[in-house]
Design a protein around this ligand. Structure first.
Ligand code: EPU
Length: 419
């Protein structure tokens, strides 16, 4: 098991070139399974979750090659429809292959996916949506066996009770080659959904309305290969903004996705952190001590404040002037990072979905454990702003979403090493 050793106190300054989005890359890699040709994905981040997706594709009979910043996927030899348990458990996005495998093979065998522990993460909406598209689902020896008797899913109207990101993606992946028209009401509007749809359109899919609550998909017989550039990662972008806000200094984030990061930017600006936007660059400058936020920070589906940036924003507000109140509305257990912050000297009280953060003048290094991907990244930010040295264990969580994290942080002047 690897750890980060981080010594805080340095102001971070410099430039960062933003990586491609993990939460786009994974469903897009699943989408490449639908194509009986070659897809070249540019700006594909090099992450453990991307390696997991690549292993799944290879196991299904495809050829997936990852090199620096590029994935080349040739699915012409697709021969299997079963994902073994150990690959399903590696990440939540393994479930995204369900829609794609059904779309291509008419049958699939999967199991409950892994991923960050953020409370209960059922897949009931995924399964119910597949059933509406003509998929029969049974439990065989603890595995989920999905089968379309006619071999091809049919279009239908699906109204989601909650705009689930993964469910919306799975329906799209199954519907693009289904017979007829599929309409998703109350669809998720996250930018990564649009990125998936843009990729599928490049492959010949007919999709309208992505980015809005009603998506209409007209199934086509076949998809063809393409070259596609994955969008920049808005959550990693927010991470570097919060890092500057927490440590002081100045940062230029290049290749940034400004409008997609807007829900985070508009909140952090209220803390007094200076943000200047130009073309696809974000310039961040922290002067005086941050101010706590007057309004409660409520996590919501896009375009609301993203749950993935809740811990990240909190890491910057631990030492702000005043009290900030968070309300986590997407996941029922997404405050596991707060124990580590408290160990570092933060004053945080969690009551159900609410966390009250009373700003303290400073925090100190401690021996702490990463609890999940974004919580782990938030702990790195806190450690960089703390007095003394922090030993952070379980950093495999962070490697799932941040490309060459310690290299980037070191290049900005942060003291961090992996051991
Ligand atoms: N939900 C159900 N039943 C379902 C599906 C979801 O009850 O069948 C519930 C979940 O338990 C959760 C809520 O609906 O309480 C939202 O889940 P959603 O399906 O929207 O999230 P997801 O697809 O599992 C993706 C991202 C997460 C991000 C959420 C919300 C990927 C790979 N993951 O998860 O990202 O937090 O959307 O925006 O895209 C991360 O990157 O660290 C991460 C956790």
């Amino acid at each position: 098991m690897q750890n980060f050793v981080i010594t805080g106190g340095n102001r971070l300054s410099g430039e960062i070139n933003l990586q491609g989005s993990k939460n786009s890359a994974l469903p897009i890699m699943a989408g490449a399974f639908l194509v009986s040709g070659e897809c070249v994905l540019k700006s594909c981040p090099v992450l453990t979750d991307v390696y997991s997706a690549s292993r799944i594709l290879n196991r299904l009979g495809c050829k997936c090659r990852l090199s620096s910043g590029e994935a080349v996927i040739d699915s012409s030899g697709a021969s299997s429809f079963e994902i073994p348990d150990e690959l399903m458990r590696e990440m939540r996005s393994s479930i995204m292959f369900m829609g794609a495998i059904l779309g291509r093979m008419g049958e699939c065998i999967v199991s409950i996916p892994g991923g960050c522990e953020l409370g209960s993460r059922p897949i009931d909406m995924h399964l119910a949506s597949m059933q509406k598209m003509g998929v029969e689902i049974s439990d065989i020896n603890g595995k989920i066996h999905c089968r379309i008797p006619s071999g091809r899913a049919h279009g239908t109207k699906i109204s989601l009770s909650f705009p689930s990101v993964g469910t919306t993606e799975n329906i799209i992946l199954c519907a693009v080659t289904a017979k007829g028209e599929t309409i998703i009401n109350n669809a998720a509007r996250e930018p990564e959904i649009c990125d998936l749809c843009n990729f599928l359109r490049c492959c010949g899919a007919e999709i309208k309305g992505d980015g809005e609550s009603r998506i209409v998909i007209n199934g086509v017989e076949k998809l063809h290969g393409c070259e596609y550039t994955i969008m920049p990662d808005r959550i990693v972008c927010a991470t570097y903004i919060a890092m500057t806000a927490a440590t002081g200094g100045e940062m230029i984030i290049k290749n940034a996705c400004i409008s997609e990061t807007e829900p985070f930017i508009s909140v952090i600006e209220q803390t007094g952190c200076g943000i200047y936007l130009a073309d696809n660059r974000i310039y961040v400058r922290k002067g005086a001590r941050l101010r706590a936020l007057k309004d409660r920070i409520r996590t919501m589906p896009y375009p609301g404040f993203p749950t993935d940036t809740q811990a990240i924003l909190m890491s910057a507000l631990i030492t702000a002037d005043g009290t900030s109140v968070f309300e986590e509305n997407i996941f029922d257990c997404r405050y596991r990072h707060t124990d580590a912050f408290v160990k570092m000297g933060a004053d945080i009280q969690v009551m159900g979905k609410v966390a009250v953060v009373r700003g303290v003048p400073e925090i100190h290094g401690a021996d702490i454990e990463a609890t999940d991907l974004r919580g782990g990244a938030a702990m790195v930010i806190a450690a960089l702003s703390a007095e003394g040295t922090t030993h952070l264990s379980n950093i495999y969580h962070i490697d799932r979403g941040y490309e060459k994290f310690e290299e980037a942080v070191s290049s900005l002047g942060g003291k961090i090493r992996r051991e």
